[in-house]
Write a protein that binds this ligand. Sequence first.
Ligand code: HEC
Length: 310
Amino acid sequence: MKNKIIALLVMLLPISTWAQDATATKGFWDDPINHPMTPFYVLMTLVGIVTILVFVVAIMLLQVLNTFVERSAREKASAMGVAYVPEPSWWTKLDRKLTNAVPLEKEATIVLDHNYDGIKELDNHLPPWWKWLFYGTIAWSVVYLVVYHITDSVPLQEQEYANEIALADEQIRKTRAAEPVAAIDEAALAYTADADLISKGAAVYKNNCASCHKDKGEGSIGPNLTDDYWLHGGSIQNIFATIKNGVPEKGMIAWNAILKPEEIRDVSFFIMSLKGSNPPNAKAPQGPIWKEEVKTEVVKTDSVKVQASL
Ligand code: HEC
């Protein structure tokens, strides 16, 4: 029996190393079927399953054996004319060891000598399982104190959190750096009434812009975006550049710090689509009227200015 347990533990060992391995080398889960270690893992799993089966069969055999032993002891007792007293099972023995309970028949030995209207009290032992658990927590507190507060060898939760945030920030930075940020800019932008992009832009607008420009672009803190009057030009290039670089001194931030280039494009398209929509409660016009004929010129100066500032 003991050997069987040891054998089982030895067999299970590779399975636990396998679990560690899988998390340590990320590559395994990317393509488990073609991973070079797969046959080994499969083999180890099978060995593990077979071991468990052997273990189960061994327990069953042991039970059968017990039945025979008990029967022969019973026969022996009746042959000798004495009453058969069964051996306590290992479970009963373990239970006694763990609880150290005084058996019912011997209760009289631990009864305390006070008596409240017939209510008596027993002076039971603290169960050893509980006592050892308690001592364990004391030992653990010492380990904890040394590891976390004296040697500082493992970070505390707060530090752990800060570390994870730092790691995530670094990952964001790397992802952003890998993205072609300048792929979409005002220089090469042309407006098309692409319903898909406009609806994406509407979502960006609702989340970021409606607080100042209102839901329908009618304007409030920020100007009306639906009329023909523009402070910074009404071409798609002008609008893109205004959103991207902002007008910080007037209260509109540079959105390129928050929005991705494609989001700025989408929201610019959305604003273009609002042109002439005449929403109710529109804010009075601000800036000069936008004329198509001056468009090319303004675009040129604007994009030169923007490119210089890039
Ligand atoms: C905190 C308020 C605020 C938010 C939020 C805001 N804006 Fe503005 N926006 C302004 C103000 C104020 C102006 C006017 C700047 C000026 O007077 O030059 C402006 C101007 C503009 C203009 C130029 C209008 C013109 O007449 O030339 C555009 C285009 C614009 N905003 C788009 C957006 C978009 C798109 C967003 C969301 C991504 C946004 N704004 C978010 C306040 C805001």
